[in-house]
Design a protein around this ligand. Structure first.
Ligand code: AMP
Ligand code: ZN
Length: 116
């Protein structure tokens, strides 16, 4: 459920401080410590899931809720009209550095494509 050596589990448990913008029974969202855009929020499940490679059918609901929360936060940040992006890196080659799944919600500037 939770891994005491995992940074994002510790943030979810309030063991490590973060600028939390939303929390509920299943999810926590907080500002990225090194923002890559004017809006850069990370959305995580409270349960420890290391990477997308570890997803199982039982995670269907929480993964859906992560996206619905992203949609809510994007609206609250006023990003709907201009556009916004969700990113989830899977594995080292994709740039994953924290091995607890997280959606990056990015917006507030024009975002290039393709990503690096
Ligand atoms: P990724 O590289 O996709 O695994 O994303 C990990 C993200 O976590 C990076 O954008 C980091 O800047 C961010 N990050 C690392 N440590 C913290 C922290 N203590 N609080 C908030 N964000 C963090
Ligand atoms: Zn974790």
């Amino acid at each position: 459920m939770s891994d005491p050596s995992c940074l994002f589990c510790r943030i979810a448990a309030h063991d490590i401080p973060a600028d939390i913008v939303h929390e509920d029974q299943r999810l926590v969202a907080f500002h990225d410590i090194r923002p890559q855009a004017p809006t850069h929020v990370l959305i995580i499940p409270r349960d420890h899931i290391a990477t997308l490679n570890d997803l199982e059918p039982a995670h269907r609901e929480v993964v859906g809720e992560m996206h619905l929360l992203a949609r809510e936060l994007a609206r609250a940040e006023g990003l709907e009209e201009a556009g916004w992006r969700l990113v989830m890196n899977c594995g080292a080659a994709a740039g994953q550095t924290v091995f607890h799944i997280h959606l990056h919600l990015l917006g507030g500037r024009t975002l290039g494509w393709p990503p690096g």
